[in-house]
Design a protein around this ligand. Structure first.
Ligand SMILES: [Zn+2]
Ligand SMILES: [Zn+2]
Length: 331
């Protein structure tokens, strides 16, 4: 099968013919239709995340069709079903985290497109228990970005509880998806962009944000919560400084530059800083229930599989206009 393969960090992916994978016990063999590109893919290629499987097929926002079912696979899928494959690919089900409904923190978790081969290929295999049925509302291209930007963004959003004034630092793919849910649920939205990025500020306001400005500005009201979508450490003390008492800063990324020091007074009065790691299957079920009701709209820009390097380069350079989605076996 055709695949784009990462041999080593900091090298471009190689277009290569590799053996088609075989579904093991409990696995689905999935013919990939589309696979969205995530910032995490860029972190892996750029060597910012340690210990990827190598050589590796990237990609953890996969939409495809079940082609074959391995022995004893979960009965919720049949051959021909459309399936979504997310970042969380496997957990042991028995560690202290798994046994306390925190499978996202499993000690032995495996991740699609990082420690398991992913979707930058014609076929992939996935543990059926971690795959999702996708809402009919979305076609294969539009559904792909929901599988990570949507799911992990949703987990970050849920950590903000009932915050009325919600800040978002960075307004890329994940923020754009989650902003729609926040507005649907009646939150007042405050969006922070790179200072001077008037275009993004305008698009946030057009979507319904109450205020949009630079990350060096203070919002007109104190925030009950802020989600940091950009991988920029100095945004953490900036967001903390904008919080009301008892507020929370949620860091939504897998990687971030170092966080500078800040006065304890900014944390005092029960303010909280937390991160979000991975997702649980429950996050996925909840998200795919609410997304078509909003309905959350995705903006995508498509590339053929063979142009994965072009998509990654444009992502790195900030030149994508929307979420990049690789077309693998388009319908
Ligand atoms: Zn576990
Ligand atoms: Zn991702």
């Amino acid at each position: 099968m055709r695949a784009m393969v990462l041999d080593k960090a900091k090298l471009p992916l190689q277009a290569r013919d590799v053996p088609k994978p075989k579904p093991g016990r409990g696995h689905l063999l999935v013919r990939v239709n589309s696979c969205a590109v995530c910032r995490t893919d860029l972190h892996v290629v750029d060597g910012e995340l340690s210990n990827p499987k190598l050589p590796l097929i990237l990609g953890h926002q996969i939409v495809g069709r079940v082609e074959e079912i391995g022995e004893k696979a979960h009965s919720k899928f049949q051959i021909g079903d459309r399936v979504g494959i997310p970042w969380l690919g496997w957990t042991d089900g028995e560690c202290v985290y798994c046994r306390s409904n925190r499978e996202n923190l499993c000690d032995r978790a495996r991740f699609t497109g990082y420690t398991i081969d992913g979707g930058y290929a014609e076929f992939t295999v996935a543990d059926a228990r971690f795959c999702f049925h996708l809402p009919e509302h979305y076609n294969d291209v539009d559904a792909a970005p929901l599988l990570c930007a949507g799911l992990i963004g949703y987990r970050s959003y849920r950590k903000t509880g009932n915050a009325r004034c919600l800040g978002m630092y960075g307004f890329g793919n994940a923020a754009h998806l989650i902003a729609q849910i926040a507005l649907y649920e009646g939150r007042d939205l405050f969006v922070f962009t790179r200072p001077g990025d008037v275009k993004t500020q305008q698009s946030a306001k057009a979507l319904g944000a109450k205020w949009a400005g630079g990350s060096d500005e203070m919002p007109p009201e104190k925030l009950d919560a802020a989600i940091i979508f950009a991988s920029v450490g100095p945004l953490v003390p900036a967001a903390l400084h904008a919080l009301a008492k008892g507020g929370i800063v949620v860091c939504g990324g897998i990687h971030m530059s170092d966080i500078p020091s800040f006065p304890y007074a900014d944390l005092w009065e029960e303010r909280v800083i937390t991160s979000v790691a991975n997702l649980t299957r429950r996050d996925g079920e909840e998200f795919f229930e609410i997304a078509p009701r909003v309905p959350v709209r995705t903006h995508t820009e498509t590339f053929p599989l063979e142009e994965a390097n072009v998509a990654l380069d444009r992502f790195r350079a900030g030149k994508l206009k929307a979420t990049a989605v690789l077309l693998v076996n388009p319908n």
